[in-house]
Design a protein around this ligand. Structure first.
Ligand SMILES: Cc1cc2nc3c(=O)[nH]c(=O)nc-3n(C[C@H](O)[C@H](O)[C@H](O)COP(=O)(O)OP(=O)(O)OC[C@H]3O[C@@H](n4cnc5c(N)ncnc54)[C@H](O)[C@@H]3O)c2cc1C
Length: 374
């Protein structure tokens, strides 16, 4: 285990904020990750897990030990059907294959590799930044598909016992941008009576299993994708074409974090009641609302921000702001910091609450996260 001290994190978060990790370790294996967890417990260090930093806001230096999984293998087994958790009827047939990827694998490279090796189902999730290990945390989703639709299991280290534990899909409690891993109460107590000031993660994801399809079926429920395919006169697009189109649409809409610091969508699309929807549509008949299966309504957070006048605004001396093409994306124009970004997010939340009576929920995790006494 190679520990680095005072490690600058500006290249380890896509906002590019300048903070440091007191201690930093990249685990090349599960055994090394367990060693790091043990080390943090023995030395009463708070533990923080970082992937590629594309869904975090770093507001300060991270105390204790920051652990990043640097494992990089994945395996596609065409002879092994995907796990039964996906679909009992299909699992025994010849249409699916089992795919297992380690936590440190880059998500987009992994998606491209599955397509190349004729294992299908992840095309619509092309170009989402980050690692395989972080993908189940918020059940990543895009263009009408969520990772939960093809995931079969998640293997983790339970940081409390430091033992491996496997969750099959049904036990991951997946929901819109949510899972048991995002929700599970972080550990408040370490060993030897150690009470860290910062929240401790409960689960470190080590490997993710998928059930993918051997035959490609485009998933075109999302209108923007279906329209683009129709516009290009593609009758039966193959998987690589769908992936390329998804990448094209994403590049046209979202700023590239390598050029303009951001963490993608900053707020989740709120779920509202029919009564609130009716109230809003009295004033704004064109408000984009999407009925959900359970009778609730999803409303586009980007529209709320745009209507509240935030699109393109700059704050903190022009260092931070709201993207001028996509209001849901907060950006670091250069020289901004995480604390000021959280202040901007709070101002936005307050103004949306005042105007529409809707509570916005932040999507990226703020780190370090102060622990409140239990
Ligand atoms: C330009 C842009 C576009 C995006 N588009 C989308 C999109 O379309 N859909 C979508 O869902 N998301 C999107 N995101 C958000 C982000 O890409 C995903 O949430 C991604 O899964 C985060 O991966 P990461 O490795 O960067 O995780 P990080 O940001 O490093 O970590 C995110 C959280 O996961 C935890 N974590 C990381 N790795 C592990 C692990 N191995 N075990 C346990 N916990 C872990 C961290 O502690 C943190 O709480 C976008 C982000 C950007 C910058």
């Amino acid at each position: 285990m190679q520990l680095e001290r005072n490690k600058p994190l500006n290249a380890y978060n896509t906002f590019g904020f300048n903070t440091k990790a007191e201690m930093f370790v990249e685990a090349q294996s599960i055994a090394q990750a367990q060693e790091a967890i043990e080390y943090s417990k023995k030395n009463a260090l708070s533990l923080t897990i970082l992937g590629d930093g594309s869904n975090v806001v770093l507001t300060d230096d991270i105390p204790g030990l920051t652990l990043k999984m640097a494992t990089s293998a994945f395996f596609i087994d065409h002879h092994q059907p995907g796990a039964a958790a996906i679909d009992d009827n299909k699992a025994s047939d010849n249409n699916t294959c089992s795919v297992i990827a380690e936590a440190g694998v880059n998500w987009h490279q992994f998606v491209l590799a599955t397509i190349e090796q004729q294992a299908f189902g992840l095309e619509n999730l092309s170009l989402i930044p980050g690692t395989v290990g972080a993908a189940p945390i918020q059940n990543i989703g895009a263009y009408g598909v969520e990772i939960s639709s093809s995931l079969s299991f998640v293997e983790c280290i339970d940081c409390e016992s430091n033992q491996l534990q496997v969750f099959d899909r049904d036990n991951c409690e997946f929901a819109y941008r949510d899972s048991i891993f995002k929700r599970s109460p972080p550990l408040q107590l370490g060993n030897a009576g150690f009470t860290p000031q910062f929240k401790q993660p409960r689960f470190l994801i080590t490997r993710v299993g998928f059930t993918l399809q051997k035959q490609f079926e485009p998933q075109l429920s999302y209108a923007a994708l279906a329209n683009e395919i129709a516009l290009r006169n593609l009758d039966k697009p193959d998987a690589q074409t769908v992936s390329n189109i998804v990448c094209d649409i994403r590049r046209s809409k979202l700023p590239d974090p390598a050029k303009l610091g951001n963490a993608g969508s900053f707020f989740k699309n709120p779920i509202i009641s029919l009564t609130i929807q009716q109230d809003i549509q009295k004033h704004w008949p064109d408000a984009p609302c999407y009925p959900q299966a359970d009778g609730t309504i999803k409303i586009a957070a980007a529209w709320l921000l745009e209507t509240a006048g935030w699109k393109g605004k700059k704050v903190a001396g022009g260092t931070l702001g709201v993207h001028d093409k996509q209001a849901l994306v907060l950006v670091n124009h250069g020289g901004g910091n995480g604390q000021a970004l959280i202040e901007l997010a709070t101002e936005i939340k307050n103004s949306v609450k005042d105007m529409f009576g809707i509570e916005l929920e932040q999507e990226p995790r703020t780190l370090p996260e102060i622990s409140h006494p239990v």
